[in-house]
Each structure stands twice: as C-alpha cells, then as structure tokens.
Design a protein around this ligand. Structure first.
Ligand code: URA
Ligand code: SF4
Length: 195
C-alpha cells in the first residue's frame, strides 16, 4: 500500500475514533492536513473551536500566525504536513490530559512513520514534551530549548527535531512573535541544508 492509501485509511480511523471521551464532544476530528511527502511536520496541541468546526488544523487565529511564519520562509501549507498530538477538541480549549495524549498519540506516531519527515517541529510545550520523550530526549522549558535542534534516529533514517513556541503564544505575548520568526528562519536554513 502506498503512502496516500495508508494515510487516507488512518485519517478515516481517526474520524471514527472513540478511544477517549473527547469523541463525544467533537463536531469533527482533525486528523491533519498537507503533503504526505512533506519534509517537515508541524505538531500542535489539539484542535480549537474553528478546527473542530472545519475538521482542519490551525484554521483559527493561531493558524493565521502559522501561515505568516510559513510564508516568511517561502513555504506553503501544501508542502508541509500539519497535525496535533490530540485529534479532537478538548472542552473550552483546556489542555489535553495525560490519558487523552496516551490514547491519541499512536495516531501521530503512525503519521510520522508513514510520512517519514526529515524535520519535526513541535509547537508549544505539550507537543515538545511528547516528541522529545518519544525520541529519548529530556524535555526542558520551551523558553530554553526553542530553536535548538535534536538529532534522532528512526527506522527510516535521521530526523531533526526543532521545537518552537506555539503560534498562539504570539497573540498574547508579542515578543514571542520575534522568537518564532527567528526559529522559523533557522528552520528555513535547516531545510535548505537537508536538501
Ligand atoms: N492550536 C493547536 O494546537 N492546534 C490547532 O490545530 C489549532 C490551534
Ligand atoms: Fe480518538 Fe484521539 Fe479523538 Fe480521543 S482525541 S477520540 S483518541 S481521535
């Protein structure tokens, strides 16, 4: 089975999933969107109001920030893959619980295995913690490790992890916007190096 078919089947399973109580509250599950051949995967936290309404990741205000950051380094949504650790919206946008992350993260693991990206960019501290621990690194405060790179080895080869802030943080803390822009410029250079 090719990537396309594997991903479509996985997305279908996510849309019908009832592995944790969040399924009862959702309008739409949000599997992820973008290219299945993406070199870079962005991993947010969980869908918010608009994502739940539309079934697509990062389509609200934080999504607009993400679009601008991508555009700043010449990337479009069509050439990257964007998803979240948890695929259904937590009530009132609360943080996902450990149980919800445990129930849902196998979908993210599978997405990584199918897409085989060269770079993973966790957005925000929940995603940073999950991804770093998954690849055997110690999580640290996001203010300390954003923009740093971690090299990990997978069955499909080397992968670089570069955590950064959640784009929503730029909305209520303007100085974070500059940090995000700096991290994205670094990402742009990294992608050029990796070819
Ligand atoms: N915040 C996230 O973490 N993910 C989304 O998809 C939207 C907002
Ligand atoms: Fe399933 Fe994840 Fe949705 Fe929970 S959040 S119901 S585990 S898809």
């Amino acid at each position: 089975m090719g990537k396309e078919e594997l991903m479509r089947k996985l997305e279908e399973r996510i849309r019908n999933c009832r592995k944790c109580p969040l399924w009862e509250l959702r309008t739409n599950a949000v599997p992820g969107a973008g290219s299945y051949d993406a070199k870079v995967m962005f991993v947010g936290e969980a869908p918010g109001y608009w994502e739940d309404q539309k079934g697509l990741p990062f389509v609200g205000r934080a999504g607009k920030v993400l679009d601008e950051l991508l555009e700043g380094i010449g990337l479009t949504r069509e050439e990257v893959y964007i998803t979240n650790i948890v695929k259904c919206r937590p009530p009132n946008n609360r943080d996902p619980t450990e149980e919800e992350i445990r129930a849902c993260s196998p979908y993210l693991d599978r997405q990584i295995d199918i897409i085989r990206p060269k770079v993973i960019v966790p957005l925000g501290r929940h995603s940073m913690r999950y991804i770093l621990e998954k690849f055997g690194f110690e999580p640290e405060p996001i203010s300390k490790i954003h923009g740093k790179t971690f090299e990990a080895y997978t069955l499909f080869g080397k992968i670089v992890i570069m955590p950064t802030y959640h784009p929503a943080a730029a909305l209520y803390r303007p100085p974070i916007r500059e940090e995000l822009e700096r991290d994205f410029r670094k990402l742009g250079e990294l992608l050029k190096e990796l070819g």
